[in-house]
Design a protein around this ligand. Structure first.
Ligand code: XMP
Length: 319
């Protein structure tokens, strides 16, 4: 694509000019944005870039492994992979408030990242995969007298504390353009086309208290749902689809026994930038198949419901 090829060339020159021969550190979230930013910057300045992947243990099934193999295997980009799941999950114990969960994860992410940055001798620049909608949402949410709807942890925080200049090559782009740029840079389609995933990860898809056990249950249900969506050929028509594990138990019956287990909610929306969204209208047969599989295959879930709320008035995530 001509436009993205041009954009790539221009940005690479800009990055080289901005950074010179100094060092850049980039935090990978597991998502597309930070990965595309990192690959672009690596193309510009090579091994002056080090990536740090802080794994909070709240990723989707197989996601952490995918990021590591993409960076180390495919691109050979220097990558520090920190398994901080115990730290995150311990700290989340007893916490049920959505914003406090986000704030804790954001702060802990910064702490771990900062420690790792020190270990590798620091850097002059911090790279982030901030997109245009992140820029507007964080301004409009926190700029005026209006309340913060959701604090997005991938904007702000780090730069002030670490006293580093920012490299944000994707600041003018929307999600679809980032994907296009990712393809232009040779990222595998399965990675580039992946649905967006929030920084706080599964923590905000487990309303109420998060635990490793509940994260494991949710990961299994989510993987089944996504597998069925892929098999039905619907993955690319959907902006985001995911399972939510509710802090509600209901009664069910299985074989000749009574069950008393958690409810799982399924969400799927279409959108162009995440600011507004419509519900994806699955047919009943599809939903029935997913519900049956989840209940049969995932211990701890005995009821599945589908969320029919558009944004607005709902948000895409449940917290
Ligand atoms: P909402 O739920 O606000 O989501 O309608 C809009 C888009 O933003 C993502 N999202 C987040 N991303 N940190 C992130 O990095 C967050 O705290 C966060 N909350 C929501 C959400 O997945 C959707 O794509």
């Amino acid at each position: 694509d001509w436009t993205m090829a041009e954009f790539r060339k221009t940005k690479i020159e800009e990055i080289r000019e901005q950074v010179g021969d100094r060092k850049v550190i980039c935090g990978l979230s597991g998502g597309v944005d930070s990965a595309v930013a990192a690959v672009l910057i690596h193309e510009a300045i090579g091994d002056q870039l080090t990536c740090v992947f802080v794994d909070h243990g709240l990723m989707r099934m197989g996601e952490a492994e995918q990021v590591v193999s993409l960076f180390r295997g495919h691109y050979n980009i220097p990558l520090v992979h920190v398994d901080a799941s115990t730290l995150f999950l311990k700290g989340l114990e007893g916490e049920t408030d959505p914003e406090r969960k986000r704030k804790f994860i954001g702060k802990t992410f910064i702490d771990v990242f900062e420690d790792e940055a020190k270990k590798i001798g620091g850097a002059d620049f911090l790279a982030q995969g901030t997109l245009y909608p992140d820029v507007i949402e964080s301004v409009s949410f926190t700029g005026g007298p209006s309340v913060t709807i959701k604090s997005h942890h991938n904007v702000g925080g780090l730069p002030e504390r670490m006293d580093m200049k920012l490299v944000e090559p994707l600041r003018e782009l929307f999600k679809d353009e980032v994907r296009e740029l990712g393809r232009e840079l040779g990222l595998p389609e399965a990675f580039v086309g992946r649905h967006p995933f929030p920084g706080p990860g599964l923590a905000i898809r487990i309303p109420g208290e998060v635990s490793r056990e509940r994260a494991d249950i949710l990961r299994k249900a989510d993987a089944i749902y996504l597998e069925e969506i892929r098999n039905a050929g619907l993955y690319d028509a959907i902006w985001q689809a995911f399972a939510v594990l509710l802090p509600v138990k209901t009664v069910g019956v299985m074989g000749d026994g009574r069950t008393y287990d958690s409810v799982c909610a399924l969400r799927a929306v279409t959108s162009t930038d995440g600011m507004t969204a419509d519900v994806y209208p699955f047919d009943g047969q599809f939903l029935g198949r997913v519900a049956t599989r989840i209940i049969n295959e995932v211990r701890g879930i005995n009821r599945v419901v589908y969320d029919y709320t558009s944004k607005p008035p709902g948000t895409i995530e449940w917290e």
